[in-house]
Design a protein around this ligand. Structure first.
Ligand code: DC
Length: 228
């Protein structure tokens, strides 16, 4: 069996994590959030008191066995010295630190083989992030770009995190800028991607949309047997 990967990329708070996870679980597939690699490395760097301006030290840490990432159906788990650190990787501040270290080409290069190793010939994988369809899995079977207006994304995030709408939107715009304007593997719509704008949809509608799109493509390629 060939390697079957579906990528879902998009800006922060576009809902790609929950949507990609729901679709993977509904179809009985594996799922990975590639942001967890950047978030995990950022948290571990803070704990290890690594200078965020020291790219070489961050690369050494990226390759260190002191931390690891595991795929699970409901979360991409980050382990550090035998402890699960997911509550910390989910924090908004961690997102900013992750975005900062994601600017470094050598850090990205170090994380790339770990992300690619999530694909495996015996399973379908849904990978979500910023550069999954462009860099990590350029030969993915289906590429989806999930987006929503800045206001609707900030609205959702401020309800989830109880921050003020203005504050959440300002931080989000800062992170969008940093992810879109970076030189290496910036956030962009991959060639051939199907774009879903979820500004006026709820989560179930987005999931249904993504599932429909994937079913159609699998049916066209006669791969229906891979859907649970
Ligand atoms: O999707 P997220 O919020 O968990 O991602 C956190 C940061 O990690 C994001 O702002 C940029 C970086 N990232 C990246 O550069 N490439 C990816 N494929 C995923 C995340």
């Amino acid at each position: 069996m060939a390697e079957y990967v579906i990528t879902i990329d998009g800006p922060s708070a576009s809902g790609k994590t929950s949507v990609s996870r729901d679709v993977a679980n509904a179809f009985g597939w594996r799922w990975v959030s590639t942001g967890a690699f950047y978030r995990g490395l950022a948290v571990v760097a803070l704990k290890e008191k690594i200078d965020f301006d020291d790219e070489s030290a961050l690369v050494r840490l990226a390759n260190s066995p002191i931390w690891s990432v595991e795929m699970n159906p409901n979360e991409t788990t980050v382990m550090y010295s035998g402890q699960r650190i997911n509550p910390e990787i989910a924090l908004d501040d961690t997102g900013m630190y992750a975005s900062k270290i994601s600017q470094y080409p050598l850090v990205r290069q170090a994380l790339l083989p770990l992300q690619r190793a999530c694909a495996n010939k015996n399973h379908v994988l849904i990978a979500e992030g910023r550069d999954c369809g462009t860099v990590v899995f350029p030969n993915a079977l289906i590429k989806i770009y999930l987006t929503a207006s800045s206001d609707s994304r900030a609205q959702r995030r401020s309800i989830e995190n109880t921050g003020s709408f203005e504050m959440v939107r300002t931080l989000q715009e800062e992170r969008d800028r940093s992810d879109e304007e970076r030189t290496h593997a910036p956030l962009q719509i991959p060639d051939g991607a199907q774009v879903i704008d979820s500004s006026t949809m709820n989560r179930d509608q987005v999931v249904d949309n993504a599932k429909r799109l994937i079913r159609q493509e699998f049916s066209r390629r006669k791969l229906d047997a891979l859907i649970r």
